[in-house]
Design a binder for this molecule. Structure first.
Ligand SMILES: [Zn+2]
Length: 148
């Protein structure tokens, strides 16, 4: 495959896979792809991603983040809207572990944060548009029911 400007360097890719335990953050499978948390291409960033801008995800989940898992991906920090300046401000939830993590951007490291701390981080980035238990509103001010 031809290398693009937005592709991770081999070191970043390996760092992200190691940080995430060589498992898909969503489903735990091992056939990994580098998942860009923020959209690239077509007006997206042409810069090589940093550690906090990437996740280890299997090919299936990676493509589902743009489809039926889109809402979940925003809710759990697997995807971050382009306008968010620092992806590292958005925590990541790993369902298999039932834990939230904050991703470092200078080293391949993730730190466990409590649910309350993760919600505080989400609200700091998204304000009232992040609804606990439901995720991010599709557009500012849109009504949203709380999920079970
Ligand atoms: Zn997966």
């Amino acid at each position: 495959m031809k290398s693009r400007g937005s592709d991770p360097t081999p070191a970043i890719r390996m760092g992200v896979y190691e940080r995430d335990g060589h498992r898909c953050v969503s489903c735990g499978r091992h056939d990994l792809t580098f998942q860009h948390r923020q959209a690239v291409g077509m007006g997206g960033s042409k810069h090589r991603p940093r550690l906090d801008q990437g996740l280890a995800a299997c090919g299936t989940c990676n493509s589902r983040y743009e489809a039926d898992l889109h809402q979940a991906a925003l809710r759990f920090g697997w995807k971050v809207p382009r306008w968010v300046e620092h992806a590292g401000l958005v925590p990541v939830f790993v369902p298999a572990e039932g834990r939230w993590y904050r991703l470092a951007h200078t080293c391949a490291r993730r730190d466990h944060v409590t649910h309350a701390e993760a919600m505080r981080m989400m609200h700091e980035v998204y304000g009232d548009d992040y609804v606990e238990g439901a995720g991010l509103r599709p557009f500012p001010g849109a009504p949203m029911g709380r999920a079970a």
